[in-house]
Design a protein around this ligand. Structure first.
Ligand code: RB5
Length: 155
């Protein structure tokens, strides 16, 4: 699994803590470090840059961190075929994969402590889409997304 991570200024420390944590576990994670190349960037550009790479299938899963996790989720969800949700508890992180099949998790460094954030990321990485009764719901979401991006196509 190819995993990618990035953060805005509010999420930088938590991003570094999570990269260290994942590397300790032997999980390879690519830090896009958009801020390092573009110091004036804020969460929309940083989140968009990561989400486009998920859309292009350069990476399978992404972690985005800002102050609240909200702005990052909002911009990632603007990219076609990319699904993201903010998670500050383990149950939601599992359901984000098992029920919603989202590729991107977002977290707020001003909301969650570092130890909980590590546990949340671990749970999210271990979880997979469960299919079953969740499958038609996710398919409906994809169809409605397609209608939104391409209103000329039939539902
Ligand atoms: C700070 O720019 C803050 O607005 C940002 O990190 C994020 O919380 C937005 O959703």
């Amino acid at each position: 699994m190819r995993i990618v991570i990035d953060a805005d200024d509010a999420g930088l420390q938590l991003k570094h803590d999570l990269v260290d944590h994942l590397e300790t576990l032997g999980v390879e994670v690519i830090d896009l470090n958009y801020l390092g190349k573009t110091p004036d960037a804020s969460y929309p550009e940083i989140g968009y840059n990561l989400a486009v790479r998920i859309k292009d299938q350069e990476y399978d899963r992404g972690i985005l961190i800002c102050g609240t996790g909200l702005g990052m989720a909002m911009i990632a969800n603007k990219v076609e075929t990319v699904y993201a949700g903010p998670c500050h508890d383990v149950y939601s992180a599992e359901r984000l994969r098992k029920s919603n099949n989202a590729q991107v998790i977002t977290m707020g460094a001003r909301v969650v402590g570092v130890e909980l954030a590590k546990t949340i990321v671990d749970a999210w990485l271990e979880a997979e889409f469960q299919g079953g009764s969740s499958k038609p719901k996710v398919e409906t979401m994809h169809n409605l997304e397609n209608q939104s991006f391409h209103p000329e196509t039939e539902l």
